[in-house]
Design a protein around this ligand. Structure first.
Ligand code: SF4
Length: 372
């Protein structure tokens, strides 16, 4: 994955030296179909709110320091200003009341909204095939898979559920199941006794209270055993097309790194982030953020040097900034490895993504995956 550098966008100190926080920010990035490309010119945090606006700011700044070039620079600034994406950032302004949101340092509320939405737009380009990473074919399968995904990977759930779904295709089937047989099936998911209780209890509730159908309303879903708001929003967003923000561990970590909010409770994070985006963006936003957390912005070693949104990130430098070392930290399709779904959507396969191996099968190496 080649890295293209774009020095035209970053911002420098008057003396031309890098402005640094933890480390110098790279400039915004151009990308093709693979992992995004990264540039090296340093970028000031506040300037990252608009890729197109940055040159204007830089030009205006240069004008004050170099009067001889004032006319030319002013002209350049005016052109850049004209090109700034005013419509896209102001059209859907977030609600003005947002007590739960703490803007990034030296960042206005408006700048935060613009930066947050720009990050989401960039992520949409990086992961145009983003989707829920649990295999499912109907709402019942999705709610079961989501409950099973607690404390384990989606990959492990996807490797386990084919047997479960084949043997117990409906809530009535699973409600009447022998718990010991279900435990055997769920053993690879970990916490298999507790999870067996959950899925059988959930199936009984669906059978007895909802006519054997998964309800499509938040207030009903959260009444089901083992279903909290996070699970409910996954189901609403992906099985019913109703917008929801999924605040999982990746989402929590990334929105804090991006200084979108300082809230720590999932419900408060959900409310705070919901004010930054139109409701129609919520489900895709959740996928984008979670995908980025799984592939690039890892908990312990974020791959900052290979991160396409580094210029927009106040936490740039928290992870590896060397581009070559950072590339080795990339996961799933960004690192040339299989994904988590055994049956991924066609768009993922079309983009070069690989299906996950079934339970017990060896995971192909990066080099093998690259050749596939
Ligand atoms: S990897 Fe994470 S912390 Fe590093 S620049 Fe990207 S988003 Fe920021």
């Amino acid at each position: 994955m080649a890295v293209r550098r774009d020095s035209a966008v970053g911002e420098q100190s008057p003396d031309g030296t890098k402005k640094t926080a933890k480390a110098a920010h790279p400039a915004p990035v151009e990308r093709t179909s693979g992992v995004a490309k990264k540039a090296t010119a340093p970028t000031k945090r506040a300037s990252a709110t608009s890729k197109k606006a940055a040159p204007a700011k830089k030009a205006a700044h240069a004008a004050t320091k170099a009067p001889a070039k004032k006319a030319a620079v002013t002209k350049k600034a005016a052109v850049a200003k004209k090109a700034a994406p005013v419509k896209s950032t102001t059209k859907k302004a977030a609600p003005t009341e947002a007590p739960a949101v703490t803007p990034g340092r030296n960042e206005s509320r408006t700048a935060l909204v613009r930066r947050a939405r720009r990050i989401n737009r960039e992520l949409a380009e990086i992961y145009p095939y983003a989707h829920p990473e649990l295999d499912f074919e109907n709402p019942f399968q999705l709610v079961l898979a989501t409950v099973l995904s607690a404390q384990t990977t989606d990959l492990r759930v996807n490797q386990t559920t084919p047997t479960l779904f084949a043997k117990y295709p409906t809530p009535e089937d699973l409600a009447a199941a022998n718990p010991e047989e279900v435990e055997e099936i769920l053993r690879p998911c970990g916490f298999f006794r507790a999870k067996t209780k959950s899925v059988i209890g959930l199936s009984k509730a669906l059978r007895d209270d909802f006519g054997g159908e998964v309800p499509g309303r938040l207030e009903d879903l959260v009444k089901l055993p083992g279903v909290g708001r996070k699970t409910a929003f996954v189901v609403l967003g992906n099985a019913f097309g109703r917008p929801g923000i999924t605040v999982d561990t990746h989402f929590q970590r990334l929105v804090r790194r991006w200084q979108w909010t300082d809230e720590k409770e999932p419900d408060k994070i959900e409310a705070a982030i919901g004010l930054l985006f139109p409701k129609s963006d919520w489900t895709d936003l959740s996928h984008h953020v979670i995908w980025h957390g799984r592939r690039i912005c890892h908990a312990r070693k974020p791959a900052c040097g290979a991160c396409p949104i580094a210029p927009l990130c106040p936490a740039y430098g928290e992870g590896e900034t060397d581009p070559e070392k950072a590339k080795k930290l990339l996961k799933y399709e960004k690192g040339g490895f299989p994904g988590q779904r055994l049956k991924p959507p066609q768009a993922y396969l079309d983009a070069g993504g690989l299906p996950a191996p079934p339970l017990g099968a060896p995971v192909p190496s990066a080099s093998a995956a690259d050749q596939a």
